[in-house]
Design a protein around this ligand. Sequence first.
Ligand SMILES: Cc1cc2nc3c(=O)[nH]c(=O)nc-3n(C[C@H](O)[C@H](O)[C@H](O)COP(=O)(O)OP(=O)(O)OC[C@H]3O[C@@H](n4cnc5c(N)ncnc54)[C@H](O)[C@@H]3O)c2cc1C
Length: 379
Amino acid sequence: MNRFASDRFDVCVHGRGAVGQALALSLSRLGLRVALAGGESPAATAAPDVRTYALSARSVALLQQLKVWDALRAARPPVATAVLDMQVAGDAGGALEFSAWQQGVRELAWIVDAAALEREMETALRFAPHVSRVDAAVPADLVALCDGRDSPQREALGVEVERVDYGQRAVAARLHCDRPHLGRAWQWFRSPDVLALLPFDIDDSRGYGLVWSLPQQRADELMAADAAGFEAALNAASQGAAGTLRLAGERASWPLRLARASRWHGPGWVLLGDAAHVVHPLAGQGLNLGLADVDTLTAVLAERAAREAWRPLGDERLLARYTRARAAPTWAMGQVTDGLLQLFAREGAPWRELRNRGLGLVDHVPALKRWLAHHALQG
Ligand SMILES: Cc1cc2nc3c(=O)[nH]c(=O)nc-3n(C[C@H](O)[C@H](O)[C@H](O)COP(=O)(O)OP(=O)(O)OC[C@H]3O[C@@H](n4cnc5c(N)ncnc54)[C@H](O)[C@@H]3O)c2cc1C
């Protein structure tokens, strides 16, 4: 990575998660001088991230522009798998199926190894012109906070966060299966837990990424269970629909919340990714939203360079364009994921009937299905 003298940078990006890395790469392509602040990348230091991310078409397009996607696709063993169809099941017979063929696209999404994604971005950053890695904040015209859901920098600015803790944890792991995945993703709304199996090419296409959102106590029990106990619970929950599942490695779990910062920009600063908004992972959209933030901020700053270069990068009017563009899609995703979760958390026959009929109804209204798929694909 290039190092500049200690003079001022155009942008200081805080946070070396996927959103901060993508932003640094993207802004360096505009010719801006970027400082990327934060310790070692999580991919280099922490225990390997066992998550697999579902990435939308828009996220993949951004990674292509950043010259990261081709490396991910070329990696061996594979670290990216196409989703060709998806089965969603309710808790009383309701079902919904999406297929790439029906939607007229090559794939519904890509399932990507979380650690490999950060690693490839780290490699791209090493070759990126205009990016310097720094240990702490440096003077810059714009400070971009991508330091995650508990953003210390956001706290320091006194930005309030509206937050709902779900009292749930998401358990993630890699799984082996006795059958090939055939590109199919599975999701069960089991009331109160949500179980997702994401096709992933380990073990000759006989693998899945697991995201299982459960009430805190049940998640703790499953994390404490031995492998055989965990696998028995998992196979009981999935009822063998995808085949018999076995753990392929460690489990890890994350607390779940819905959160939204009250302000996303101010004079000389802007929030992106989980620092600005956190959604439940049931729709696999948190990172997609963060990468769309990156795309939008880059477009706003590119437009400034073309038409109003006199405006400082930290100009509030400029940054307000970014906030306005991102407010509605991120709010809508928060509402959809929260609404689904609340609907499936309700006890009682009428609610069960309503949600399962709802799934069946969507399955039979092609326009509504197309609309849902389009929003999931575009992130
Ligand atoms: C189980 C699970 C499954 C998920 N699945 C999906 C999915 O399928 N698809 C999807 O789109 N999203 C998914 N998500 C959401 C996704 O993980 C997050 O939205 C995404 O990781 C947010 O990226 P980020 O870079 O904003 O934050 P983070 O990944 O949290 O990165 C923040 C970075 O900032 C660093 N940092 C912290 N403090 C400071 C500081 N003071 N200075 C500098 N750096 C600092 C941290 O070390 C970290 O590296 C999932 C989430 C979970 C929990």
